[in-house]
Design a protein around this ligand. Structure first.
Ligand code: HSE
Length: 403
């Protein structure tokens, strides 16, 4: 009988406790061993909760209990979550987490501790909610040299953009709805400003390209600058606006990662990833492209990935799963301002100035569009060049176009 402790009884922790209990029979069958929840750690009290008897408030109870072999960390953040994860590993327990902030920032350190002790540190739920993506990258695609990984990595912002595009909803209403559905982070700034997507693209890039990228160095632009006017212009370019995280190899031993709103062609699969769904495209030199699609946030989809990792940790208690990346040498991380793409620009400026800066561009308009501004799509430039070319213009929006 494997005993589990869940640390953090928020949206995901609650989902994990429910799924572990509801699906106990099939979970035990899949793990070839009975799995039961022994403790739930939280600083809060939950009177009347179905798991009321399992609550503890002191991590050392879990740490010192030899019966607990797997600790689930669903607390979030990099403070107590880091401390408890380290202590759990040092006391010989495998750890499963949905905490993308912790994995992106300190994953390589925690993996090293797990490796030394022949334990597992698993984090399938940290990217893409319930979508299998970490295992496919590290196992099914292991024969490939992976060159790029990109996609819609944040369910909350995709939900907001979809509501704005399809139902003309206001940003605030759509965000409240995402919070009510349990998609948003405790502080939704992490969602809307792109930080959550930045952490996820770092984890994916670490795994795909093999070296650590610090989320703090990643250029990150969220969706607060996307307006319904931009949505209209994008439609005229046969595109939808999506928040993308992108990781790319830039040389033999260099890579970049960044997060920004993009115009995505309506003919691409990604443009149809709507609502809370996530879509992730991985390009390998043998495979070509593969796209992974599914529910990217929410209690039960995320719990589905966490509990699958629990099963794996129980099944492989004596054999580590291969999940690893190395530190980056100086110069490994390339600033994404050098990545070239076509651009959509909306600016208050004269046609003459646009002509001087860019030569020929593809202008777009729609009935009722403002007469004081112009919107256009450019040829390919890097971001630094774009800043120079538009420096004399009153730029309202400037987004990359994904080709
Ligand atoms: N807030 C995150 C999202 C939760 O909306 O994608 C899942 O990681």
């Amino acid at each position: 009988m494997a005993k589990i402790a869940v640390c953090g009884y928020g949206v995901v922790g609650k989902g994990v406790a429910e799924v572990l209990t509801e699906n106990a029979d099939s979970i035990s069958r899949n793990a070839a061993e009975d799995i039961s929840l022994k403790y739930i750690l939280d600083i809060r009290e939950f009177p009347g909760d179905p798991f009321e008897k399992l609550f503890v408030h002191d991590f050392s109870i879990i740490e010192k209990d030899p019966e607990v072999t797997v600790v689930v960390e669903t607390m979030g953040g990099v403070g107590a979550a880091f401390d408890f994860t380290k202590r759990a590993l040092l006391s010989g327990k495998s750890v499963v987490t949905s905490n993308k902030e912790l994995v992106a920032k300190f994953g390589h350190e925690l993996i090293a501790i797990a490796k030394e002790r022949n334990l597992n540190y698993l984090f399938e739920a940290s990217v893409g909610g319930g979508i299998p993506i970490i295992r496919p990258i590290t196992q099914c695609l292991a024969a490939n040299r992976l060159d790029s990984v990109y996609g819609i990595l944040n369910g909350t912002t995709n939900y907001i953009l979809t509501e704005m595009i399809q139902n003309n909803a206001s940003f605030e209403d759509a965000l409240h709805q995402a919070q009510a559905n349990g998609f948003a982070e405790a502080d939704p700034t992490a969602d809307v400003e792109g930080l959550d997507a930045a952490r996820k693209i770092c984890i994916l890039s670490d795994l795909c390209f093999g070296r650590h990228i610090d989320p703090e160095g990643v250029r990150t632009q969220g969706i607060t600058g996307v307006s319904l006017t931009d949505v209209e212009y994008a439609k005229r370019l046969n595109c939808k606006i999506k928040l993308l995280g992108r990781g790319l190899r830039t040389g033999a031993d260099s890579a970049t990662a960044f997060v920004a709103p993009h115009l995505v062609s309506v003919s691409s699969l990604l443009s149809n990833v709507d609502g809370v769904m996530n879509g992730i495209v991985v390009h390998g030199n043998a495979l070509g492209d593969a796209m992974f699609y599914g529910a990217g946030a929410g209690a039960r989809p995320t719990a589905s990935a966490v509990v699958a990792d629990v099963i794996d940790a129980v099944k492989h208690s004596k054999a580590r799963k291969y999940l690893d990346w190395l530190d980056a040498p100086p110069g490994y991380f390339t600033d994404s301002c050098y990545v070239r793409s076509r651009w959509y620009v909306r600016a208050e400026t004269s046609l003459q100035q646009i002509g001087w800066a860019f030569g020929k561009v593809n202008f777009v308009t729609y009935p009722g569009a403002s007469t004081t501004e112009s919107a256009f799509a450019t040829e390919e430039y890097d971001e630094r060049t774009m800043q120079k070319l538009t420096s004399g213009m009153n730029v309202k929006s400037m987004f990359r176009i994904l080709d």
